[in-house]
Ligand binder design. Structure first.
Ligand code: SF4
Ligand code: SF4
Length: 83
């Protein structure tokens, strides 16, 4: 099964991915219910966590809205896992 990955060095913390995910699933712009979660530490470093329960991996809306192309679809994840 493929999965999405985030290049944290490209992420600018805009949180568009959270909005896209919550709207796609619940028709709400509510970051709290998003499967992708963007966190900031006290020094404003960004960390992005992705749920294991992502269910739209063929055309992820989070990927489509990311302005810096920090999100990618890893189609080889399943095969690599089997090695
Ligand atoms: S792949 Fe789908 S479920 Fe997962 S974070 Fe992106 S929009 Fe949300
Ligand atoms: S949309 Fe892209 S740049 Fe914006 S917070 Fe999400 S991963 Fe980071």
């Amino acid at each position: 099964m493929p999965r999405i990955e985030v290049d944290i060095n490209k992420c600018v913390g805009c949180r568009s991915c959270e909005l896209a995910c919550s709207y796609h699933h619940r028709k709400l712009f509510l970051p709290e219910i998003s499967s992708i979660q963007v966190h900031f530490d006290y020094q404003y470093n960004v960390n992005v966590l992705i749920s294991d329960s992502c269910d739209c991996l063929e055309d992820p809306p989070c990927l489509a809205v990311c302005p810096t192309k920090a999100i990618r679809l890893d189609l080889d994840y399943h095969n690599l896992n089997k090695l």
